[in-house]
Write a protein that binds this ligand. Sequence first.
Ligand SMILES: [Zn+2]
Length: 83
Amino acid sequence: MTALVKQLRAWQFRELLYSAAVAVPKRKTSKARRDRRRANHGISAPSLSVCPQCHEPVRPHHVCRNCGHYRGREVEPLTQEAP
Ligand SMILES: [Zn+2]
């Protein structure tokens, strides 16, 4: 192998390395910044109200999964084909 070919291979290899490079953060995330980010990561139980029809717990603004009523009307199962 000639020296020129060796040099070419080296360039190709370097090109391959650089094409696989990823974005790297410039500085370490401080504990304060990390903790501020995670301040909203907590989960809470969904709020529940009581179905006026069957008195089962239902999520607000949702159809009752037990009896299919919403705001005092039966809406499920759907009698009309969805458009
Ligand atoms: Zn219900």
